[in-house]
Each structure stands twice: as C-alpha cells, then as structure tokens.
Design a protein around this ligand. Sequence first.
Ligand SMILES: Cc1cc2nc3c(=O)[nH]c(=O)nc-3n(C[C@H](O)[C@H](O)[C@H](O)COP(=O)(O)OP(=O)(O)OC[C@H]3O[C@@H](n4cnc5c(N)ncnc54)[C@H](O)[C@@H]3O)c2cc1C
Ligand code: SF4
Ligand code: SF4
Length: 396
Amino acid sequence: MNPQDITSKNLCLGCGLCVAQGHAEKLEWNSDGFLIPTGSHPHNASIATEQICPGVLVDLPATPGSDPLWGYTEEIVVAHSTHKGVRQNGSSGGIVTELARQFLLHGLVDGVIHVVSDSSDPFLNRAVISTTLEQIESGASSRYAPASSLQVLTPELLQTSAKYLLVGKPCDISGLRNLQATDPRWKSKIPFTIAIFCAGMPSREGTIALVKKLGLSGDTSKVKYRGDGWPGKFIAWNELGESVSTSYSDSWGSTLNRFLHPRCKICPDGIGLQADFSVGDAWETQDGYPDFHDREGESLVLVRTKECHSLFHSWITEGAIELVGQRNREYLETIQKFQAQRRIFARYRWIGWTLGGGFKPRFRGVFGAGSYRFTEFSSGLRQLMGTLKRSKKLHS
Ligand SMILES: Cc1cc2nc3c(=O)[nH]c(=O)nc-3n(C[C@H](O)[C@H](O)[C@H](O)COP(=O)(O)OP(=O)(O)OC[C@H]3O[C@@H](n4cnc5c(N)ncnc54)[C@H](O)[C@@H]3O)c2cc1C
Ligand code: SF4
Ligand code: SF4
C-alpha cells in the first residue's frame, strides 16, 4: 500500500509522516481542501506505509486499569497556566503551551514539535521545532484546519542527540506511536507527547467558506480560530487590516464542522488515548450542555503516565500551573458528550464504513468495552447505518 492508495480510500489525514519518511515527495492540497501526499518515492523507504500511517493504523496496547471510554489516567483535573499571556492566548487554559514551556525550561527536551500558522499562507499550518519559549508561545491556540504535524519526523532527526516533545491531535500521536513501534530509536528521540482533544479536522475550504460568509473583502491575510479569551472568537483579517469575526459556537457549529474529513467521522480516538497528557476544554455546563459564554480559560487535563503525573504536580508546586480541582469520569461524560458518544459508537461506525465499501483501517485496542453497552445498541445500529450510507456514497 502506498500513500496514494491511502488517499484514494479517503483515509489520509495529511499528517506528512509518509513524506518525512520518504514514501512520497510532498504534500499538496486536493480539491476538497485537504493536504495529501503526492509524487513517487524519492528514496527507498524501509518500512511499509501502512505500518506507520495513522489513517489506517491505530494500535493501542492494553494497559491494566484503563477506563473503557477514557483510557488509562493517573489523574483527571481542571487546571490553567498561571502565566497571564499564556492563559489568555491559549485555546482553553493555555495548559498545552505551559506544559511545553516547562518541558523545555526543565531541560527534559531540547525542542517542541508542534504546528503554527504559516506566515505566507493564512490557510496553511505547518510543523516546526521550537527551541525557545517565544517560539513555543507563538503556536498557542487551536487551528481548525489541516496541519501536517509529523512532516518534520525525518530520518535526519535521528542523527542528532536532541530530544523532543510532540504536541498534536490524537491521530498525530498515533502516527508517532506507529513509527516508534517500527524503530525504537524514535522512543528516546520523542520521550513525551501531548494530545489536544479533537472532534474533527475541517478542510481549508471550511475556513474559506466561513470567511466568505462573514463578508471579508479582498484577500485574507490572517485567520485566528480561538484564543484571547475562552473560547475566544474566530477572526479573519484582510491585507488592509480590516477584520470580521464570529463566536466559537457559530464558527465551529454552523460552518467548520460541515467540512470534516471523512476519516474523522470514523475516528475511534479524539481524546489522545496514546499520549502522555490529553488536554481539552473544561467547559462549564448549562442544562447539561457545554456553555460557550466567554470567561477566563480552563483546560481539562488527563494525565496518563506516572512520570508525567509527578512532573505535573511539581509544576503546580512551582507555581507554573494552577490546579482548579480533580474530576471524575462522570464529569467527563457531561462536559465532553461528543467524545463519549464517539468512543461508544466507534465500532459501529467502523463496521458501517467497511460494509459500505470502505477500506478497513486497523483499529486495535481502541474499541473499549463501552462500545458494547447494551443500552446503546439501537443507537449504535443507527450510527452503523448512517456511516454505511455515507461510505457507499464515497466509495461507489
Ligand atoms: C481540530 C480541532 C478539534 C478540536 N476538538 C475539540 C474537542 O472535541 N473537545 C475539546 O475539548 N477541545 C477540542 N479542541 C480544542 C483543543 O482541545 C484545545 O486546544 C485544548 O483545550 C488545548 O487548549 P490549551 O489552551 O491548553 O492549548 P494551547 O496552549 O492553546 O495550545 C494548543 C496547541 O495545540 C496545537 N495545535 C493547534 N491546532 C492544531 C492542529 N490542527 N493540529 C495539531 N496541533 C494543533 C498548537 O500547536 C499548540 O501547541 C479542538 C482543537 C482542534 C484544533
Ligand atoms: S502517513 Fe499521514 S500523510 Fe501519509 S498517507 Fe498516512 S495520513 Fe496521509
Ligand atoms: S477526529 Fe480523529 S482522525 Fe480526525 S483529526 Fe481529530 S484525531 Fe485525527
């Protein structure tokens, strides 16, 4: 299987790992506004693409004590950065940026691999290796658009002694885990990972449609999806410095989520089951639903390893992070309903996708016992039928 086969089966997430590893030449936009690998192998790749590609392989080893929906956690907390700017610019409580800063400040890594907006193209996000606090901070905030987080994981990176932290979506972390399983040198190269919660990656066309709907004239020079408050606004600027904006619930709820990648619709893990830290929004709730009124940001943090648990608490003691409080799985099901449902129905959707003619991705260890809940069976069947229909349409 080569990257183009994966693309043609609608399973390529544009992470860039196959390009970095020499299975394809470059990433390009397709007509739907997603990044896809193109070009033939510039040099011989020793590993098969399907062994590393997160679009077709998610492989979670069993960990005793794992929750069927939320995976293994040492602790579930709500917290925020105590740095005013980091908290304000972050998507939620600036925890991802603060953790990255602390990993660097304590010499645990030499750099942070994460994505930033490309200054030459407002609709493009690219992976960088940040080695200063300023560079790390420049990557703050969520970008609801394609981002090739793994394009910097080239074999050349293994030639140095530097160690890195990887920040990415759950599928980005899966790609790294796949790579680490094929070549253990990547385990010591990237010893720490942070996943952001992810409900799906909208295409570049999603952002373009939103800017158009908001009526920005001329060429777009910059877009910002969130930050500057919580959840913060979507803002787009043109070259004259004029701007248009809308709320997070409008940008995501009325436009961006209509442009999601087909692979995201069958994603079994939007909560970073394979990461050391998983970070999302610690939404307040109103009548059982997330309340998107603007306030000071707070992040939901799932700490998944013993080592990171002790690091996290040492950074609380040092005053870099403020702990708002501990939480339990019932709280998660209330504030992250979408993610809970996705975990419960992942297997049904996967079956629907394959029955509809889609290529069968290997999702191992990610269908928790939650997906067998008897009470969810009839809703599960509805999910299966819906996915089957969509899959048939895509693959006929
Ligand atoms: C596509 C998408 C879907 C999301 N879905 C959910 C959801 O379902 N539930 C939820 O609670 N939160 C969701 N979020 C928000 C995300 O989980 C928050 O960014 C998280 O709360 C971290 O906030 P923070 O303030 O701690 O991070 P910040 O300090 O703002 O740092 C954010 C980090 O994420 C990285 N990043 C931003 N965009 C991307 C991207 N597209 N790909 C890879 N890395 C990126 C940045 O490089 C930065 O390092 C989503 C974000 C994105 C981009
Ligand atoms: S490795 Fe990444 S870019 Fe390559 S085919 Fe898979 S998802 Fe697409
Ligand atoms: S929904 Fe899943 S597959 Fe899609 S971008 Fe998010 S983590 Fe990746």
